[in-house]
Structures are given as C-alpha cells and as structure tokens.
Write a protein that binds this ligand. Structure first.
Ligand SMILES: Nc1ncnc2c1ncn2[C@@H]1O[C@H](COP(=O)(O)OP(=O)(O)OP(=O)(O)O)[C@@H](O)[C@H]1O
Length: 456
C-alpha cells in the first residue's frame, strides 16, 4: 500500500506525569541518574508534549535511550496508562506487542491465552478456532501450547504473542522492542511479516536497533527524557540521534580549509596487487549491467559533530593510481579518502567510514583499529593528514549512497569523537548486476557438474 495522507493515529501534546509515590524503582533511578530526570511539583515527568501522527501505510519508528519514555508512550496509545495531558485519535483495529508477556495470564495455557487475547482484539470464537493452528504453527512452540505460560521462556512468550498479532487482521501494529528477544530465525520471520504488513497497514515500531529501524521505518520519532527531540525521515533522525549519543563534546570548529592542489604532486600507485577476479567481468563491463557509480563533490558545509580537535576539509574517492574520481564502476580497486587538519596533538587516532544506503542502513563500515592495533597512529597540531581506505568496491544495488567519515581517538570500545561528518561523500548507482541482496561480490566460477549417471 502506498503511504496516504489519511491519518490513523494522531497524538497531540501528550504528557504523562507519574506521581512521586507511583514507582520506587524510578525514585531509585532518579537518585542514581539525577541529570536524566525532570521533576514537576506533582511528580516525575515521563512525557512532555509529544505530538506526531501515523498515516495509513506508514511505518514510524520510535528511538531513544533507556528510560526516555518510549514504552510509556506506547502504553498510553494502547490505553493501558492514562495520559496526564494531550489527546490521541485512533482509527481501526490496533494490535500491540508491548512488554514481555503483557496481556497473558501466567496460570493459563498458551492456547487459553491465545483465545482470550484474540477475543480482546475482536475476533469471534469461530475466527479464533479457524486460526488457532496457524497461530501455533507461526509461533513454532509446538506442544508447549498446552502448557501454562508461566513455564515459557521469554522467547516463547514473544513467539506466541507475535503470532497472535499476526493473525488478528490489524490496521495498526504497535511493536515494542520485542524482536530483540528470541532467536535470529524468528526475528527474521517477524521482520519479513512486518515488511509484508507494511503493504496494507501502519506500524509504530520501538527499537534500539537502528538497523531494524532503517530497514522498516519511513519516519522516526526520537524521544529523550520524555521530550520530543526529533521527528522526520529515518536517515536524518538516526543521524541526529547518533550525533546526540556522542554529544558530550563541543561544536566542531568551523572548517576554513580548502582541498589541496594536487596537480603538482606525484601520487604513488595505491595498490600492489590485482583486484578480484570475476568470471563475468567482460559481460558485465560491456553490457548495460556495468555498475557505474557517479560520485558527488564533498560538501564542506555537511553536518559535522565532535569536539573540534580536528577539522575534516575534504573527502573523495581515488582510483588505484591515486587520481580523484567523479565516477567509478563496482568491482574496481578504490581508496575512500578524507583529509583533515589537526588543531592539537592526538594519540591513538581512529579513522573510519560508513557507507549507508538511502534508508540509512549501513552497508559497509570499517576503521583502522585492527590494521593499526600494534601501533596506533598519532597526529600533530597544525598539520594536515589524509586517511585512505583501500578496498575493492563490491557491485552495489541501484540506490543512492552516502559515506560518513570520522576521526576519533581511543579504542574501539571507548573513544572520543573529534570530527564526524555525515554524508561527506554522496554517490549514485543507476544500474548493475546485483540480482539479490544489498551488494554483489565477484562470481569466480559457477559450474554444473555431472556427479552420477544412473541412466547407464
Ligand atoms: N509506573 C511508573 N511510575 C513511575 N515512573 C515510571 C512508571 N513507569 C515508567 N516510569 C518512568 O518513566 C520513565 C520512562 O520509562 P519508559 O519505560 O517509558 O522508558 P523507555 O524509553 O521505554 O525505556 P527502555 O528503553 O529502557 O525500555 C522512566 O524513568 C521510568 O522509570
């Protein structure tokens, strides 16, 4: 289904204040993390004037750190918590997968809980009976369906609860984080269902997993400490959120440096070995499957964040001979490069890049941590440097891509961002040989062998 302008969920100026006595746990958290908490005279402000809408056929993601108010918001929308202020307009049948086991009675069997749950969603007894086997099959919990759910693992709870909402013909699905529980095969099955559901319904999806959010969501709402920090297209809001997670640092210093004139510089060959071998290379390169990639110029004014100890002033792609490229084909050896100026001496420098697709999903990302693990590089104040990552480009699927680049220091687990540039390089792929998947790799051979002849 195409997104329409028809609004199925309209949340306006929603607020929630928990009374001080309502939860000892939040009181404890408040003592431990005082900066994360806002108080009002009446109690703890869990949500403060949240407004957004979900249109028919749209998938909206909700992100935010732990305790930011995501579950509270979903519970208010589902009617299990009353808001302190604001209003909600809802249309159609809403099915929700909230916290683990919510809505299940632990003493009843899985089958009994399915009956109760499905009837709450408005299914008749006849409908429930006709769908029961399919619900059990989807959940893959087998004979456990006749055990009391108090004996279920958390994964089994999610399987059964998800299976119920798959079968209730909802117009709007509300999913809280739950896909993180359970095994990867079931998670993939759920993601496949949600992708298919998007064709006919709307989804509100809470997750800490920006990969899942970028795969599924058209727009994202970002909440922090109960305050709406962002609402907009997925890639933009995920970038803002990432920036915020690093935001203990100050603004980047303004970039005033231009690219260096390379016309008089000798550039040595960057690679000393052959690129990959693809048995289809000649066909691909001489046909309209050639994976031509058009590269845009570095945008100095692109979004930066970091503590400003370095300024990135150029980013580009070089070919194997070191020439800056405006176009390239998938399967070529290239170096993803960027130059920066060091405003101070820095040790243990980490340089890295992320290639993301149009939805903000990371396709490839790497840094120098492993290659330089024995001898991490340092930079000196007042000097310019160029970071280069030599890779063989895979064949990329038709899309628009961006490359984010960064300079940090420390180690993989614990580092300070000096300068992160979102979307430093933008490039486009208009055609290519990728048959399935996100990108293609060389097909070195493909054969069909006779292994036994039973006709003789
Ligand atoms: N019943 C309650 N009484 C008092 N405070 C509550 C209550 N329920 C939630 N809170 C507080 O409201 C805040 C928001 O909680 P909520 O569970 O909505 O956050 P969240 O974003 O879903 O977190 P997480 O990502 O960890 O699931 C937290 O500080 C929490 O302690």
């Amino acid at each position: 289904m195409q997104n329409s302008n028809h609004v199925v969920l309209d949340v306006k100026d929603l607020g929630k204040v928990f009374s001080p006595s309502s939860n000892h746990f939040s009181g404890l958290l408040e003592q431990l993390l005082p900066n994360c908490f806002k108080k009002s005279d009446e109690g703890f402000v869990a949500l403060d004037t949240i407004s957004f809408e979900v249109r028919r056929g749209e998938t909206v993601g909700i992100i935010g750190r732990n305790g930011s108010g995501k579950s509270t918001l979903l519970q208010i929308i589902c009617g299990t918590i009353t808001p302190t202020s604001g209003s909600i307009y809802k249309e159609g049948r809403i099915a929700a997968l909230l916290e683990l086991g919510a809505g299940f009675n632990p003493e009843y069997t899985g089958r009994e809980n399915v009956k109760i749950n499905a009837s709450i969603y408005g299914l008749t007894k006849r409908e429930i009976d006709s769908k029961m086997q399919s619900i059990i099959d989807f959940s893959e919990i087998g004979d456990f369906i006749d055990q009391p759910v108090k004996h279920y693992s958390s994964g089994m709870f999610v399987r059964l609860a998800f299976s119920v909402i798959v079968h209730v013909d909802a117009d709007v699905l509300i999913i809280d984080e739950a896909l993180a529980v359970g095994d990867i095969l079931f998670s993939q099955k759920c993601i496949r269902f949600l992708k298919e559901f998007r064709q006919r319904g709307s989804i509100l999806f809470v997750s800490h997993d920006s990969g899942a959010i970028s795969q599924l969501c058209d727009r994202v709402l970002w909440i922090d400490s109960g305050i709406q920090k962002g609402l907009g297209d997925t890639a933009t809001v995920l970038d803002q959120y990432l920036e915020f997670l690093y935001s203990t640092q100050q603004e980047t210093q303004p970039v005033q440096l231009g690219p260096l004139d390379e016309s008089k510089r000798e550039m040595p060959a960057l690679f000393n070995h052959e690129p990959w071998y693809d048995a289809r290379k000649d066909v691909i390169e001489t046909s309209n499957l050639s994976n031509h990639i058009e590269i845009c110029k570095f945008e100095a004014q692109g979004q930066n964040f970091g503590d400003g100890a370095v300024s990135i002033f150029d980013a580009f792609i070089r070919d194997a001979n070191g020439r800056k490229l405006i176009g390239v084909t998938g399967g070529s050896q290239v170096a993803i490069c960027f130059s920066f100026f060091a405003h101070q001496d820095i040790e243990s420098v980490i340089v890295g890049f992320l290639i993301k697709d149009r939805c903000g999903q990371v396709i490839i990302g790497d840094n120098n941590c492993i290659i330089h693990h024995e001898n991490p590089p340092s930079v000196e104040k007042g000097k310019r440097y160029e970071a280069r990552f030599g890779i063989t480009l895979p064949y990329l699927a038709v899309s628009e891509y961006t490359i984010s680049i960064s300079v940090a220091s420390g180690n993989q687990a614990d580092h300070v961002q000096h300068c992160w540039n979102h979307n430093a390089i933008i490039f486009y792929v208009e055609k290519g040989p990728v048959a399935h998947g996100i990108f293609g790799v060389p097909l070195e051979f493909c054969s069909l062998e006779l292994i036994e002849d039973e006709s003789v």
